[in-house]
Write a protein that binds this ligand. Structure first.
Ligand SMILES: *Cc1c(COP(=O)(O)O)cnc(C)c1O
Length: 496
């Protein structure tokens, strides 16, 4: 199985090459040239399996230059100890045929762990095959959760260094504390004055600058990426869509072959794109429902075909979705265009020059066949958190709250009663102030940990130990830089 680039479809590389390099030299993203197909028997075989066994089956379809032993070791390393739930990604019934897929039982309490616990294994294996002894430098731009999850995944991994940039005022207090207190000898963290898109653009610029690349090479280093532009981030996420479907068969909610919906709280379009790959592989899916917060650029795009990033940026209670440029959409458009990299280059140069593009009617039809979309603001997000807790005794974080709200609207307006999985992407305790407000309790203090215990006693849901243990921890990384200082920070953190 080979991979090509969304901006150069004549390229053909292995999965190791795609993962080790992160992004293609001309700025395109790596995508599989053929999406593997599975049968009903394949899906049936997953039903009695553990999460690790399911992961092995799905991953081996994509990582064909990895040996079976390697995939066995990597999945065992990633999922056997770091997760506090024995099922890794448990499916919880909310009511009737509506389920929540909890993806936040990993070490940082957000769904990014699902991929970032595995990525260091995939990346070190890939780098061994590809980069002849060079040290791998991971650069990350984060809207909050990726940074911490990547730091946890890569800390003290031999042959790697990891540097994380986050928007100084654009992450929750808990997210900031998680990152600034990170341990490990190969890690660096810096805040930037700007929003997530600024951080992402800065990282992409450093990444694709030939002079920077050369300077790294001279020091026997090479960049890679832990952002969801890296194929090694996306492929682990395909697994849990199969896993959720298998669990729905196991619980008797569906029979194999019956279609289901997925609702995904979306920012950079990585998580929902993984669901699209699962669907293209043959997982029976009716609709993928893309849920956004007030930064509703994707809602408009999926409903009209026009992507316009020129708009006000909103800082919301679901900060990991505060994004106006959703990188992974490029991969979807490439597949839907029939692998037409010229068309993709034209769309994305329009995006960078004019701030917008509009896809063809034909492309829009294909998008709307697979996807529906909706959005909600902070007031409705909090209201949904409260209603969901009162009606079903289920405590959700604000990102999941957005998804539940958008799904309820979708079901009411379409009458589509297909069994549904709503993807839950973070522990409510990462966002205690907003969750408390949702429950109708005004936050009584500024202290994140007092709020966590307040939430704990109101909801009866225990706070994760990984978060409570940060109480009293001293921040280790306190630097803030301007956007145009990022490159200098990278060099100084690397000591080059
Ligand atoms: C990253 C993140 C999202 C958005 O996922 P994308 O793959 O970027 O669309 C949603 N919720 C939480 C909690 C996240 O950390």
């Amino acid at each position: 199985m080979n991979y090509t680039s969304t901006r150069n479809n004549t390229l053909s590389v292995s999965s190791s090459f795609a993962i080790a390099n992160g992004i293609s030299t001309e700025g395109g993203l790596f995508v599989p040239t053929d999406i593997p197909k599975v049968t009903a028997d394949f899906i049936e075989s997953l039903v009695p399996m553990t999460y690790i066994e399911r992961a092995r089956k799905v991953l081996s379809l994509y990582l064909t230059d990895f040996t079976d032993e390697e995939i066995d070791e990597d999945t065992l390393g990633a999922y056997s100890t770091g997760f506090t739930h024995e099922k890794v990604a448990p499916l919880v019934n909310l009511h009737d045929n509506i389920n929540i897929l909890e993806l936040w039982h990993g070490p940082t309490c957000a769904f990014k762990d699902m991929a970032l616990q595995l990525l260091p294994y995939l990346l070190t294996g890939s780098a061994e095959r590809m980069s002849d002894g060079k040290e791998t430098v991971i650069l990350v731009a984060t809207s909050g959760d990726t940074g911490k999850a990547a730091l946890e995944g890569f800390k003290d991994v031999p042959g790697t260094k990891i540097l994380v940039f986050y928007p100084s005022e654009g992450v929750s207090a808990m997210q900031k504390l998680q990152m600034t207190t990170q341990q490990g000898s190969n890690v660096g963290v810096c805040a930037i004055k700007g929003n997530f898109d600024d951080a992402q653009t800065g990282v992409k610029t450093i990444f694709t600058d030939p002079a920077v690349k050369e300077k790294l090479l001279n020091n026997n280093m090479a960049f890679s990426s832990a952002n969801s532009i890296n194929w090694g981030r996306l492929v682990p996420q395909i697994v849990y869509y199969f896993s959720a479907y298998a669990d729905m068969i196991a619980s008797g909610q569906i029979v194999n072959g019956e279609k289901i919906n997925f609702t995904v709280p979306t920012g950079n379009f990585g998580n929902i794109l993984a669901a699209y790959y699962a669907m293209e592989m043959g997982l029976p899916v009716n609709k993928l429902i893309c849920a956004s917060n007030a930064n509703n650029v994707l809602t408009e795009f999926i409903n009209t075909g026009r992507y316009n990033r020129v708009r006000q940026f909103h800082t919301t209670v679901s900060p990991s979705m505060d994004i106006l440029v959703s990188s992974n959409l490029e991969r979807l458009l490439f597949h839907l265009s029939g692998d037409n990299s010229e068309e993709i280059k034209a769309l994305f140069s329009a995006l960078s020059e004019k701030g917008e593009y509009t896809v063809s009617d034909e492309m829009l039809m294909k998008i709307q066949k697979a996807f529906a979309a909706g959005c909600c603001d902070d007031t409705d997000t909090k209201k949904t958190i409260g209603e969901t807790f009162n009606s079903y005794n289920y405590l959700s974080d604000p990102h999941t709250g957005v998804a539940i709200n958008v799904y309820n609207e979708y079901r009411a307006s379409t009458g589509d009663n297909t069994p549904t999985v709503i993807v839950s992407t973070a522990s409510p305790y990462k966002f205690s102030p907003a969750v408390l407000e949702g429950l109708g309790e005004a936050p009584s203090s500024d202290d994140e940990f007092e709020l966590m215990s307040a939430l704990d006693s109101i909801s009866g849901v225990p706070a994760p130990a990984k978060l409570t243990e940060l109480w009293g921890a001293k921040p280790r990384f306190t630097d803030i830089c301007e956007k145009d200082e990022m490159q200098g920070i990278v060099f100084s953190m690397l000591g080059i």
